[in-house]
Design a protein around this ligand. Structure first.
Ligand SMILES: Nc1ncnc2c1ncn2[C@@H]1O[C@H](COP(=O)(O)OP(=O)(O)O)[C@@H](O)[C@H]1O
Ligand SMILES: Cc1ncsc1CCOP(=O)(O)O
Ligand SMILES: [Mg+2]
Length: 270
């Protein structure tokens, strides 16, 4: 079966299951992320209280750890949740937001990596900072657009850490170190809405709960995000209407629309 065929009913499968997705995320995007998960067909719950971390991880179908507005207390909660997820083999995704901005962010991202995330989702600069030690990015935004070097880095990182790397940008690159998918959907206006990348990570979390293979989960999630974004941009005058239209497009997305608009190439790296 081709990758495209494998993805052809992933969205309806997700909606049938309506998974509960637990996010420890940043205070900038919390509301929008919860709405995006609802629009897609999942159920969000945001919680960073260490007192309820273990039962919350067990209750939900997957975990999203996003370090966007981290502090000492929330980092403790993130570590606890990630560690518990690893112990009970619970799927989880790491979004190392602004990993290159400060030492605290880099150290926290590296520490969380030790708990074997199923997927690491970042923009190009975050992935290169974390896995190639490159200085780049402007705060939480990416300054990287070289597909060749990013793919090389992502493949090696996926192999070294036995995980799936999903690097977003004009072309999204998703790899488990062997299979590599390039998604060319999306629209440049998407970078003008804060939290676009965070929504990607949340959607990866949703698909991790209903797909057995984290590589498929990451490809399905980024395809939904980029295609919904691309369609939303057609009716948006700017970032304000895009943020709203994005939710409507996620809500109205179907397997058929996804397959119709999907612009993807994939290859195997030996
Ligand atoms: N230049 C671009 N053209 C098309 N889509 C883009 C572009 N830049 C980012 N995207 C899309 O925007 C979403 C967020 O990606 P990105 O901006 O890299 O994340 P972040 O918000 O973490 O920096 C992804 O779905 C990605 O495909
Ligand atoms: C602006 C900002 N500052 C801290 S977290 C955050 C949101 C980042 O969202 P994204 O990574 O999706 O652009
Ligand atoms: Mg981001």
């Amino acid at each position: 079966m081709t990758l495209k065929e494998t993805l052809s009913n992933s969205l309806s499968r997700l909606r049938k299951n309506a998974p509960l997705v637990h996010s420890i995320t940043n205070s900038v995007v919390m509301n929008n992320t919860a709405n995006a998960l609802l629009a897609l067909g999942a159920s969000p719950i945001m919680s960073d209280g260490i007192e309820e971390m273990a039962p919350m991880v067990e209750l939900s179908g997957s975990l999203v750890v996003n370090i966007g507005t981290l502090n000492a207390r929330t980092v403790m909660a993130m570590k606890f949740a990630a560690s518990h997820a690893q112990t009970i083999k619970h799927p989880w995704v790491l979004d190392p937001v602004g990993a290159g901005a400060t030492r605290f962010r880099l150290d926290t991202s590296q520490l969380l990596l030790e708990y074997n995330p199923s997927v690491v989702k970042g923009n190009g600069s975050e992935i290169l900072t974390l896995f190639a030690g490159e200085q780049g990015g402007r705060g939480v935004d990416s300054t990287h657009d070289d597909i060749k070097s990013l793919t090389q880095c992502a493949v090696q990182a996926a192999r070294d850490h036995k995980t799936v790397i999903a690097a977003t940008g004009e072309t999204d690159i998703i790899t488990d170190g062997h299979r590599v998918a390039y998604l060319k959907n999306g629209h440049p206006m998407m970078v003008k809405v804060t939290g676009s990348g965070c929504t990607c990570a949340a959607l990866v979390g949703a698909f991790l709960a209903t797909e057995d293979d984290p590589f498929h989960a990451a490809v399905a999630a980024l395809a939904c995000m980029s295609i919904a974004g691309q369609l939303a941009c057609q009716n948006s005058r700017g970032p304000g209407s895009l943020q709203l239209n994005m939710l409507d497009e996620l809500y109205n997305l179907s397997d058929e629309t996804l397959m119709q608009h999907l612009s993807m190439e994939d290859e195997i790296w030996e």
